[in-house]
Each structure stands twice: as structure tokens, then as C-alpha cells.
Design a protein around this ligand. Structure first.
Ligand code: ZN
Length: 599
């Protein structure tokens, strides 16, 4: 349990927090401890040594008037199990992972030790992995959930005459110039550095090394704040096979660890530039929710379309033309967009995160893994939902068409193609063919009214966020069945659902989320148990802090729309931490309250 550490922002397992140091100074994590300051007794190490003379003190809250830490022992230590079991009941602000240098023996050890430590330590305590930080591995460590590192390694390297750069170190004696603008390098030339005596040279290189590491920590912090640390890590691990292996092991073996910590939505774009991007939590989560939490509208024709660079797709020039071509019959057509890395995106979900928030390099070339992943998404979708449709039409060419054809063959489904293999999907011929084929299949015209389109979008988004059935209840079984006249206002996709002036829900395009009002939440209350938190007997104003949460749905993730209820209040807001974290933490904001009803 922590008293002097508080997490303020999360980006996956990475966090920005405030550690109140001895003497009232506050430091932001991810934090770089400088060993020269630590050994001079200016920072926290003093607390570990001097203020915990008695081991039993760590179990007592009263004696705790300054930040303090405890050591996580290595497995070989005789007291390992005892300490591991004691961890949840310790009153400390941070934990130090002992023997960290042994993790560098293998990428698997690196993953195992840090993930085990983070899982053992309460979410409101900081984790310090000492002595192994480099400029290359710092961002990856933060991505895994480490909060504190130090410059031991950078200083030791400096004493050995090794000059650190962003992607590794070189011997200073081999440099012709100093490739850096830090205050050390700006103050002298490489020749002047070489002429210094050994001690002075070592100290200057060590200082430079610390500054380069410090810059990296600041960069990682900026990424966490912006919500794009994953993209930065994908780029950063390229500097070594060891780090690339760590990321791949994390993606394939620690899915649950990251799923529990990854925000459900962000207000920034997801860049899918590398092979590892296919394995991101957001991609896997989207694909599984399309299967588990999405019900296509009852329309007999499935039309598969290619994705577009502009999002939401229907605002792009290509989709505007597809929609024009089928406009007269859209009431009978269900549109499904085939794309990498998300797999398949139903038209109704095009505004959700990350469907409206991703970017990929488009070259027309798809590698084998990408094809395999997108094929598996389309296959799974058709296996489950094919019973909804009579006919499948695919307006696809190139790799999209090849993927679709191979899946159709596997499943024994007949697909009508309206593009030639190498023809652009927006060519006049292809669009005419699409128009004619659809007219032939549909017979009578049946347009999709604006209201129907908006209803199906809100329904799909509610199901996607809260689980199947939520949409139907929010809208009233068939829309307006409760004798009310539902209204949907606003410009695509900022729709607002209301009835007689009472607003129920809004689509917030900046996050790709549906938000509820108290009146809206009341309509689906019985379905929201997974997204509900029970609070103590108070009426929250502005925010709910973790200690005020009695219980919270296990499925709640950062930025999820949640409902809270207690003896004195019922309301809605946005989660700022995962449900399990709200229950396990004693510090930090759990929910940002939007609307509350007190009784
Ligand atoms: Zn420098």
C-alpha cells in the first residue's frame, strides 16, 4: 500500500505518477534516479537504509512518514516465498527488484522477472528495476510497467570509456567528433575530451551518458502522456535482437497482462507500421469484440468493401462513391470493410476506437502474417454470421480479393465479385458493375433512411461497449416501442440520442466511444453489471477516488464508460483505471464523474 506514490495517467502497463520524496520534493515517474545524488543521501535511498531499522515497521502504517521501499528477493533466496506472500500487506511506496542484472541473460528471463514483479506488487506502488537501464531498453521497461530506473549502468559505461548514443554505445576513443548537443558535449571538442586525464574523461563521459538516458526517460514520459508509447517501443526495440525478442514474447505470452491494462479508447491514432503492430492488444480486442459483441442488422446481402485511408471510412472519397453506387438499395445491404490490421469492420462500428483511429503503410503488398491474420478474422466472422445473409458480394481487387477468395473457398461460400482482379475499386467500370449487380440481386429499391442508419450505429456501439443486448435496451426494443419518440440529432458521427428533450447517449468521435447520461444508463442498468462500480456511502463530486470504490466490474478498462452506484448516489462517468485496479488501489482517481444523481 502506498502513501507517497500516486499514478496519474496510464498508457497500457506504463504509468505517469508522482513520487513524493523526502523533504517534500516531488518527482515524476517514469523516473531516473541518479546514483551520485542517491549516494550523497539526497533522495530516497536514505529512507530505505535509515528509516527502516526494524523489519516489522514495514507492516505498520503509523511509522510511515516518508516514502519507503522494499526489496523483491530473487527466487533463489531462502526468504523468497515469505517476502512474496508479505508484499500485499507491506506499507511501502515502491519495490526494488533485486538481482536485476541476471535478467539480461535471456529475453525470457527479462520478461518473466519484470512481469512477475509487477503482478506481485500492488498497482499503487512503484516498481524500481535498478542498475540495468540503457538508452535502448528504458522505454521498453516503462512499457512493461517499470516506474523507476537509475543511471548506474550509464555511469559504469562512462568509467569504461563507453560513450552512449540512442542506439548503443561506442568507445569514446574511436569517435572523430561528439555526435550530441548535451551540455557536456557542447562544452568541448572530441580532441579536448581525449586530452583529459582518465578520471576527468570518465566523469565527463558518465555525465553525458546520464544526460542521454535522462532525455530518453523524458521522451518516454511524453509518449505515455500522448498515449503512443507502444509505437515508440516498436521503433525502439529495433536497435537490438534481444529487445525485439522481449517485445515478441510479451505479445505472444503476456496477452492477459496487457489486456487488463490497455485503455479501451484513446484520442490519438494507432500507427501500425511494423509486424508487431498486428499483435497489439487493441487489434486483438477489436477482432474478438466484433465476434462476441456485434450483431449485424437484418439485411440479406453482405457487401465486402476495401478500407480507405481516411477514417471513418464513409467520409473518404472511395466510400462516398461506393455508397452512391448502392444508394437505392442500401436498406437491403450490410456493409463490411476488410482491412489490416483490424480484420473486418462492420459499417456500424466504423467510428469506434480503433476503427476510426489507425494508420498503416499502403503499398499494395501484404505480407504472409498480415494475410493470415486478416483471413482469420474474415473466416471467423463468416463462420458465425453467414446465417444472417442470403448472398455475399465482394467489391475487392488485389490482395483483398485474394484473401476473400481463399476464405470463401475454405468455407464453401459463393461470392459474387464486382471488381476484376487488377482493377481499381473506384474505377467507373467497377462501380457500374457493382451498381448493376446489386440492382439485379435486390429487385425493388429500398433506401436506408438517415434515422435507420443512425439507430443501427448507436445500437452497434452500445453492444460493442457494454455487451450484446445493451443497444436494443437503450433504443427500446424496436426503437420507440415504449411509446416514446426517439430522436437522433447531430452531424455524422457526433450523434445524440434523446426523447422529449431527455438525452440518453452521445457518440464522442474524439475517442470513438458512446457516452451515457444517467437517464440513458437507467435504460440498460440491468445489463451494465460488468461496467458498474459500487461506491461507499457518499455523493461524488467531480471524481471518485480509489478508496471510495467498494467493488468494480472486472471488465472495466481505462476510458471505459462506467456506471456507479452507492447508497446515496447513482451516476455515470469515465474510468481512469481498470476495475481490478480500483479495488486493489488506495491512491488515485478511479472515475471522472460526468453526471450524478444523489438521493
Ligand atoms: Zn552529450
Amino acid at each position: 500500500m502506498s502513501k507517497f506514490y500516486e499514478v496519474r495517467k496510464r498508457d497500457g502497463a506504463a504509468r505517469i505518477g508522482i513520487l513524493s520524496l523526502h523533504g517534500g520534493k516531488k518527482a515524476r515517474t517514469p523516473l531516473l534516479f541518479r546514483i551520485d545524488l542517491l549516494s550523497a543521501g539526497e533522495e530516497v535511498i536514505k529512507v530505505i537504509h535509515a528509516e527502516n531499522p526494524n523489519f516489522d515497521d514495514l507492516f505498520q502504517e503509523v511509522l510511515w512518514n516518508a516514502p519507503r521501499g522494499a526489496v523483491i528477493l530473487p527466487e533463489v533466496h531462502p526468504m523468497f516465498t515469505w517476502v512474496k506472500e508479505a508484499i500485499p500487506s507491506l506499507f511501502v511506496d515502491f519495490f526494488v527488484l533485486s538481482f536485476a542484472s541476471a535478467m539480461l541473460n535471456s529475453p525470457r528471463d527479462f520478461v518473466r522477472r519484470i512481469i512477475d514483479a509487477r503482478n506481485a506488487v500492488p498497482p499503487d506502488a512503484a516498481l524500481w528495476v535498478p542498475a540495468i537501464a540503457t538508452v535502448e531498453n528504458a522505454a521498453l521497461m516503462f512499457y512493461m510497467g517499470v516506474d523507476v530506473i537509475d543511471d548506474t549502468n550509464a555511469v559504469v559505461k562512462g568509467c569504461q570509456g563507453i560513450y552512449l548514443m540512442e542506439d548503443g554505445g561506442v568507445r569514446a576513443s574511436e569517435l572523430d567528433e561528439l555526435p550530441c548537443n548535451c551540455r557536456v558535449c557542447a562544452s568541448l571538442s572530441i580532441d579536448e575530451l581525449k586530452q583529459k586525464n582518465n578520471k576527468e574523461r570518465a566523469s565527463l563521459i558518465a555525465k553525458h551518458n546520464t544526460l542521454v538516458l535522462d532525455k530518453e526517460v523524458k521522451k518516454a514520459r511524453a509518449c505515455i502522456r500522448a498515449g503512443n508509447l507502444r509505437e515508440y517501443v516498436e521503433m525502439r526495440v529495433r536497435s537490438s535482437p534481444f529487445l525485439t525478442a522481449v517485445l515478441r514474447i510479451l505479445d505472444s505470452e503476456e496477452e492477459a497482462y496487457f489486456e487488463r491494462r490497455t485503455p479501451v479508447a484513446r484520442n490519438c491514432s494507432m500507427m501500425a507500421n511494423t509486424m508487431e503492430s498486428l499483435k497489439r492488444t487493441e487489434v486483438k480486442r477489436f477482432a474478438s469484440r466484433v465476434l462476441e459483441r456485434y450483431e449485424p442488422p437484418a439485411r440479406k446481402i453482405l457487401l465486402i468493401l476495401p478500407c480507405s485511408a481516411r477514417k471513418p471510412y464513409s467520409t473518404s472519397p472511395s466510400h462516398t462513391r461506393f455508397i452512391d453506387a448502392i444508394a437505392g438499395y442500401r436498406g437491403q445491404i450490410h456493409e463490411l470493410i476488410l482491412t489490416s490490421p483490424l480484420g473486418v469492420v462492420p459499417r456500424e462500428l466504423e467510428a469506434v476506437y480503433p476503427a476510426a483511429f489507425y494508420d498503416i503503410p499502403v503499398t499494395g503488398y501484404w505480407d504472409a502474417e498480415e494475410r493470415e491474420w486478416v483471413s482469420s478474422c474474415l473466416r471467423a466472422y463468416l463462420e458465425r454470421k453467414m446465417k444472417n445473409y442470403d448472398v455475399v458480394v465482394a467489391h475487392l481487387s488485389g490482395a483483398y480479393r485474394e484473401i476473400c477468395a481463399s476464405v470463401a473457398e475454405d468455407l464453401g461460400i459463393e461470392i459474387a465479385y464486382t471488381c476484376e482482379e487488377d482493377e481499381g475499386a473506384t474505377s467507373k467500370e467497377a462501380l457500374n458493375r457493382l451498381k448493376e449487380r446489386i440492382a439485379g440481386l435486390c429487385g425493388d429499391k429500398q433506401r436506408l433512411s438517415g434515422f435507420e442508419m443512425k439507430m443501427s450505429m448507436i445500437k452497434a456501439m452500445a453492444d460493442f461497449q457494454f455487451g450484446l443486448g445493451a443497444g436494443r435496451q437503450l433504443l427500446g426494443e424496436r426503437g420507440g416501442e415504449r411509446g416514446e419518440r426517439l430522436k437522433i440529432n447531430g452531424k455524422f458521427p457526433s450523434f445524440k440520442l434523446s426523447s422529449k428533450g431527455d438525452v440518453f447517449a452521445r457518440i464522442v468521435p474524439a475517442y470513438g466511444l458512446l457516452t451515457l447520461t444517467v437517464k440513458g444508463a437507467r435504460r440498460i442498468e440491468n445489463l451494465l453489471s460488468s461496467y458498474t462500480l459500487e461506491i461507499g456511502d457518499f455523493v461524488p463530486r467531480g471524481s471518485i477516488l480509489a478508496p471510495g470504490v467498494v467493488n468494480a466490474g472486472e471488465q472495466i478498462r481505462v476510458n471505459d464508460e462506467v456506471v456507479f452506484c452507492g447508497e446515496k448516489a447513482f451516476g455515470v462517468g469515465r474510468a481512469k483505471m481498470s476495475g481490478w485496479e480500483m479495488v486493489e488501489s488506495r491512491k488515485g482517481m478511479a472515475v471522472q464523474v460526468r453526471e450524478v444523481e444523489g438521493f
